[in-house]
Design a protein around this ligand. Sequence first.
Ligand code: ADE
Length: 303
Amino acid sequence: MVYGFRGLGRFSAVSSSQEFDAHRLRLDVISIFPEYLDPLRHALLGKAIEDGILEVGVHDLRKWATGGHKAVDDTPYGGGPGMVMKPEVWGPALDDIAAGHVVGDELESASPHLKSARHDEIEGVEKRAYEVEAAGDKELPLLLVPTPAGKPFTQTDAQGWSNERHIVFACGRYEGIDQRVIDDAAKRYRVREVSIGDYVLIGGEVAVLVIAEAVVRLIPGVLGNRRSHEEDSFSDGLLEGPSYTKPRSWRGLDVPEVLFSGNHAKVDRWRRDQALLRTQAVRPELIDETQLDAADRKVLGLD
Ligand code: ADE
């Protein structure tokens, strides 16, 4: 399945980053459960596909399996429970994707309703990309391997990866993928093993949905409002504080008075105070890594 750039859908067209002025990202996902990745076609990601900013290819790993049973896994050397995914299947799959030999049908994606503007799209917004550089040789595609044994995925990663041209996800199941696949892939990819949290999922597919959404919304022109990214939780190392909309009073609960003051400096200070207090209550370890001025320290009761 390839969901992609209208009129430019061939994969070869995106393997050279020089061919486009606008930022475009190609995502390839390899999985034994490709239908798990259907949500990539919807909502914000579907809109990015419609707008020609994003192209997504979802590939069934079994297409690279050989033999009568099309086995993709085998018992682990050294014994133990579970199964390990076979290198002879993953190796050719990753070779083909890196070389741009897409196996699968071309599909135009996203429902017609996605062509209408979203409420959070703003005309004339800044199309400036995040300056966070992904390390290494940018000519090689980035291979992300979701695993609970990986490095924790963060907002900083999402910002860096939103500048990439080609990201490939390798979804492991069972006890994981034979480690030599990861080691060998480093010849053709910049490889990162990533975890989305300290818990164990059945496979990497849900992690791909999480990472893809976090990355794609940061591509200039996707969410349309860079300021909203800058106020995201984690962007300044703090959790975002509460938000309110109309009506002013609801079920006996009033919107804080300061938000009607019209005084932007006062509103900004109040928002920062709320972010500081929420972070201190919920994620106190983040406070230790935040630059605090005298006003911040006072509101946190640290002086
Ligand atoms: N696969 C299984 N558990 C995972 C996790 N926590 N993060 C990323 N991939 C996973």
